[in-house]
Design a protein around this ligand. Sequence first.
Ligand code: HEC
Length: 175
Amino acid sequence: MVDRSKLVAGVFVAGSLIAVGTFAAMDHSKHDPSMHGDHAAMMQQKSVEDKRELVLYPRPVYESTLRNMREHLRGVSQVQRLVGEGRYTEAAEAAERGMGMGHNHGHEGNASEHQFMPPGMMSLGRGMHMAAAELATTLRDTEVTDDLQAVFVAMGKVTANCVACHDAYRLQPME
Ligand code: HEC
């Protein structure tokens, strides 16, 4: 006769192995490769399919757009630094300079890329500039209220637009 407790233990172990195997497989398909250096490199070599929509710009517009993007990132960085130093009005100015509505894109600084943008991209761009204007207002209020939580909320709305657009679109110069 089979020892009942051993049988139960055996079933339990087998069940656990299946569970561990399943979990490992799930974990693999779901995890973010950027979290693991070596693994990320391997994944990149296999070139994961890029599902972002390709948008074509004339070369000078492409280059000035990327230049503007780097100014956006500089804006985010300056806002963070200035907020850390409690210089909220200057942070508001940095937000406007780096990311605001007045930050005109394009070859001649006149938003010349708008004609090449799909509507979804256009609205994310507009959303980002509006969120930056709101951030500037919040930062000026913070001089009085000292409400840092409001600053983080407003900053999060700006960067959510950066992330959403980067997830959806990629650029290439037309040759
Ligand atoms: C409306 C869309 C959109 C928004 C909003 C947007 N970006 Fe971009 N950005 C792009 C695209 C498209 C690229 C090119 C990506 C590619 O081709 O892989 C890019 C590229 C960049 C680059 C790379 C520049 C280079 O020299 O290669 C940086 C840095 C960047 N963005 C920062 C930001 C930051 C920071 C924000 C928000 C404050 C932002 N972007 C908002 C669309 C956007």
